[in-house]
Design a protein around this ligand. Structure first.
Ligand code: 13P
Ligand code: SF4
Length: 303
């Protein structure tokens, strides 16, 4: 912590000087999540909050698709990400051409795209979803069949909850696909009182072993509301670190898996980005115009 203090002080000072706001995803490390972020949340909350920002500069502490979403919703503002190499295995699993090919294979079937995608992919999409509203978005379309892309596991987890037929794509999260039902069962056998909560990017047979599944913020709220004696959060490691601070009576049992992309965002890089106003997120205006619509449709559904 003494090592972090000068960064925290200087980032908060520069934020005010540059009229900047820091939006941070729930997977940021505790010194970012608790000490320099102005708004922290899951992907849906960050997208909604991005529509309300008054500051001139948005510093997105998360991965690149999240910064693109903020830029799409704030074309006039400067959006910067402390490391533009912070990607996502789901976002890199699919291109705009792949979506066009799926539309040819399934004409007249609407495309629901996870926000964990590039602006180019969103531009080919009817409506976006996040892990917290995927079921609601799919059912809002009132059709018998939808494509739900690119996360195969999220799509299959939604399929278990709806009669709408869901066409999937072969994308996956490199962090959540590593969890197995066997390891969860082993933890429960060794510790029968433990509560296990998991993110819907995990394979369906992993969610079958969980007591609750939801978006990152839904998982945080579940712990706050239920105050279990022991909990295992089947997701990225920083979640337990962040939530543990606010729930001193709950024991957090790891394992967890690290997202190497999220972990590219550090205090020194945030400070450097505030000094240099880099890496700035830019999107081809022709793509941006089309990519904004599916995000706005999703947000309208949540209002
Ligand atoms: P949430 O929308 O639940 O925050 O998920 C985003 C993400 O990238 C999880 O891996
Ligand atoms: Fe992408 Fe998975 Fe990292 Fe989330 S945890 S940003 S889905 S790679």
């Amino acid at each position: 912590w003494p090592f972090f203090a000068p960064y925290i002080y200087e980032i908060n000072r520069l934020k005010a000087e540059k009229n900047a706001v820091i939006l941070a995803h729930n997977y940021m490390t505790p010194e970012i999540f608790h000490c320099v972020s102005d708004i922290a949340g899951d992907s849906l909350q960050l997208a909604i909050e991005a529509t309300k920002v008054e500051e001139e500069v948005i510093v997105q502490c998360g991965v690149h698709f999240m910064a693109e979403t903020s830029k799409l919703l704030n074309p006039q503002k400067k959006v910067i990400i402390p490391d533009e190499m912070a990607g996502c295995s789901l976002a890199s699993s699919i291109t705009g051409a792949d979506v066009r090919a799926m539309r040819e294979a399934y004409p007249d079937v609407p495309v629901v795209t996870y926000v964990n995608t590039s602006a180019e992919v969103k531009a080919e999409t009817d409506i976006c979803c996040t892990s917290s509203n995927a079921l609601k978005v799919v059912e809002s379309l009132n059709v018998p069949r939808v494509m739900c892309i690119p996360d195969e596991y999220l799509a299959r987890n939604v399929q278990k909850q709806t009669d709408v037929e869901i066409i999937t794509y072969k994308g996956s999260c490199e962090v959540h696909e590593r969890f197995t039902p066997e390891e969860l069962r082993e933890y429960r056998e060794n510790d029968p009182g433990i509560k296990i909560i998991a993110h819907p990017e995990c394979p369906p047979n992993v969610l079958d072993e969980a007591d609750f599944s939801g978006s990152t913020s839904a998982m945080i709220n579940w712990v706050k509301d239920n105050q279990p004696a022991k909990v295992m959060m089947v997701t990225e490691c920083s979640m337990s670190d962040n939530v543990a601070v606010e729930n001193p009576n709950v024991e957090f049992i790891r394992p967890c898996n690290l997202c190497p992309h999220m972990k590219r965002i550090t205090l020194p890089k945030i400070l450097a980005s505030l000094h240099s106003m880099q890496d700035e997120v830019t999107i081809d205006p022709a793509i941006a115009e089309r990519a904004r619509l599916p995000i706005e449709r999703m947000i309208a559904l949540n209002n």
